[in-house]
Ligand binder design. Structure first.
Ligand code: GLA
Length: 386
């Protein structure tokens, strides 16, 4: 997107005057490690070139104004009302971030903000973390608060947990805040230690397949999974004093799983613990260029999310299982929270056209929906553009 045209749009809404600043935060796609982050586990996401732009300028009033090119809803909020949630509107993401700045004792200044995003909404590519981080990075710079990047990432997550009411882990905000071009981020979500793993796979691409099935009720089902994991952890602590589910290996879990009385809760833990091991194996495979193994791990991840974690659904299952039928597809799985949204595949470049030509119609025939396909460009994390 052109920063000049974004600035023009800003000025037509808020008036000419001083030139505004422009910031950008990407979305993310997760290669493997799903629903492990809030269990202290490992993840392997990357930032993508889709994202959210924020055009911002101080105003001389004690109020914040919010508008976006993506939704009609706008807000004009005096400082005294900044802590009040606005239904389930998009402004809760920036409002939640501002709330965290206030909670950290930052004294505010009024701003006019215009957002514009090109991440498909509800697609599970972290449009919310992208809005949170673009707001946090811009406010930090404009208010000269010098909050470090990791703290800004924590602010983004806290906004979502405390203001929006979604008990997400830290993966999305971390990927959006720390992404690096051509690299995946191998992150330990408990310690926040991380390593960049190159994703240049000669002759292969990361393809995102959007089911265009919106993630309905995703937040409540997500929070239900978070609770189920907490319950599994409580039972497994009878075996030994674990800090997180991810402290157990799959071998130890299988020997002790009967201490979890509820069958469903047991399955949830089986997914988390097995998935955590798959991330470690996937990182080894990526580093040694063993795409075959990486693909098998991605496929196993999908099946674990389908059978044990039950977060896939007809649309994601159809698109992934259809993709598996294409010879040049090395591996494919759902990505993000699930319940709709996107899947990710590693595809031989020569087979991308075939993938789109075959999976698109087969998916439509089963679900009545049209899928979209994007070849992902792995980009940088949030920052100022102009
Ligand atoms: C959502 C959450 C993340 C993570 C994924 C599932 O994207 O925001 O914290 O839990 O789901 O891996």
């Amino acid at each position: 997107m052109e920063t000049a045209s974004l600035k023009k749009e800003f000025q037509s809404r808020y008036g000419a005057g001083a030139s505004p600043a422009v910031y950008f935060a990407p979305g993310r796609v997760n290669i493997i490690g799903e629903h492990t982050d809030y269990n202290g586990g490992f993840v392997l996401p990357c930032a993508i070139s889709f994202g959210t732009y924020l055009v911002i300028r101080p105003n001389a009033e004690n109020r914040m104004r919010f508008a976006t090119s993506n939704f009609k809803y706008t807000a004009d909020v005096p400082f005294a009302e900044l802590g009040i949630k606005q239904g389930s509107e998009w402004v809760n993401y920036p409002l939640g971030v501002i709330d965290q700045f206030v909670k950290r004792g930052v004294s505010l200044q009024g701003f006019d903000m215009f957002f514009s995003g090109d991440i498909p909404n509800g697609a599970g590519l972290s449009s919310s973390a992208s809005i949170e981080l673009v707001t946090a990075v811009a406010l930090d710079e404009m208010l000269k608060t010098s909050i470090n990047r990791i703290e800004l990432i924590k602010i983004g997550r806290a906004a979502e947990n405390q203001f929006v009411g979604m008990n997400c882990g830290i993966m999305d905000q971390f990927a959006v805040g720390m992404g690096k071009a051509s690299s995946a981020i191998f992150l330990n979500c408990r310690t926040l230690d991380y390593e960049l793993v190159p994703v240049e796979m000669e002759g292969y691409s990361i393809v995102i397949m959007n089911t265009n099935k919106r993630r309905e009720l995703a937040d409540s089902k997500y929070n239900e999974r978070v609770k189920e994991c907490a319950s599994a952890l409580e039972s497994l602590r009878k075996v030994r004093p674990l800090v997180d589910l991810s402290d157990m290996s799959i071998g130890e879990f299988l020997e002790n799983e009967q201490v979890i009385p509820d069958k469903t809760v047991r399955s949830r833990a089986r997914h988390v613990i097995s998935e955590n091991g798959r991330v470690l194996d996937a990182v080894t495979a990526m580093k040694s260029g063993d795409l075959g193994t990486l693909g098998k791990l991605m496929n196993a991840s999908h099946e674990s999310l389908r059978i044990d974690y039950e977060v896939t659904g007809k649309e994601l299952d159809t698109i992934v299982h259809e993709a598996w039928k294409i010879d040049g597809v090395i591996g494919a799985r759902m990505t993000g929270a699930g319940f709709g949204g996107c899947a990710v595949a590693i595809v031989e470049n020569e087979s991308i056209d075939e993938l789109i030509a075959c999976v698109g119609p087969a998916y439509h025939a089963t679900t009545g929906l049209s899928a979209d396909f994007y070849v992902a460009t792995v980009g940088n994390g949030a920052g100022r553009l102009a």
